[in-house]
Design a protein around this ligand. Sequence first.
Ligand code: DC
Length: 221
Amino acid sequence: MMITIDGPSGVGKGTIAKILAESLGFNYLDSGAMYRALALFADLHGITANGSDEKLKKLLIDLHIRFVDEDETQKVFVNTDDVTDDIRTSEISTLASQFAVNQIVRGVLKEMQRRIVKNKSYIAEGRDMGTYVFPDAKYKFYLDASPEIRANRRALQLKEILGVNINEQKVLKEINERDTLDMTRNICPLHPADDAVIINTSTLSIKEVVEKIQSIVKDDA
Ligand code: DC
């Protein structure tokens, strides 16, 4: 069975999808990590998002992305390299959304994503999971919150992880830039699927969002 969770940057999709996957006994597909891994791989090989499509195609033949569950975390590998931490920088966030507008990139990752989930129960999280990659998913959710609320949550989360004060205005600027790229691109722009349940998380805790989704899928999962 397939459950998709889409929504903009910083809305808490990852956290919520991981908790749900754990509680329902599903696998978890972090499609954003694949865009990030591809961006890192391309960057290391000197390939830019607006460069030659031929070079990009050649490069993508050599790109193999794997997820490996280890204790509580999911590691991301590009070929034999563990890139779990390297793909989380803000430079890679920006590069990933630049590559995400490319049709070749989206086509290659869509095939990889479909191959990964084949015949298994998955919660797939990203921007186009319910709209383009898994249009037949049994349950589709779209999480939303204002850019200001997402920036505030992201800043608090980064402060907790890194232990330093974060410039919230800078985070807000990055979120607005990524929203624009994600929502206005010609191919697979971010929007809720027609049959998605839209959840505005602005005033909800993570636990409340998880419970809301659980109450909807409970008869099947
Ligand atoms: O969710 P994330 O921040 O890790 O995603 C990184 C970038 O990848 C995001 O800016 C847009 C892109 N992305 C996408 O276009 N489609 C997806 N299904 C997932 C991510």
